[in-house]
Design a protein around this ligand. Sequence first.
Ligand code: GRF
Length: 211
Amino acid sequence: MSEEVFRSPKKHGRIMVLLSGRGSNFMAIADAAAAGKIDAEIALVFSNKEDAPGLAAARDRGLPTLALSPKLFADKTEYDKAVVREAEARNIDLICLAGYMKVLTPDFCNAYKNRILNIHPALLPSFPGLHVQQQALDWGVRYSGCTVHFVSAEVDMGAIVLQAAVPVLHDDTADALAERILIEEHKIYPEAVKLFFDGRLEIRGRRVFIL
Ligand code: GRF
């Protein structure tokens, strides 16, 4: 069976950011776009939480925002259908999950296959899920870090684009480690988005090649 190959488009792209919290990764991407380092614009900042600080930060920057409460929908499937409709209505090329605390339905993942990125604060496939800095401390790993990956229907399992390693210190706390990892997140997430719209990401099976 021949392997499926996807090549990211070289174009001026339209990004939709999905967030639920403070939005520091969103801001790193928005800063890079505003500075012309990424050939893309933030076409929508979306949240499942009306009061997410990241949404307020987006409004302060004059970016379009939208919040939809999951409570207004019958179930996850209907909710994600609505989110996909919002993306389609705006001709979104790439969806960036940035601290979005909802698992996407398989239908959502398939609708935007190879066009959803996420950032995770660990070196995947180690420590998927939540409380990952604490997991890293509990396991006594010497290095943790962060991963930008494409999103597939399996949580935290999509093809890896970029990673950055961060040493774990002997007296680390989960918060201290998270803070040091976040510094690297803000570097590799914009870089991954840049590579995407420079047409330099090629997905072959579960591997991403940087062209
Ligand atoms: C980051 O640690 C990211 O890796 C994880 O959620 C956190 C979001 O932080 N997915 P922020 O909202 O971008 O500041």
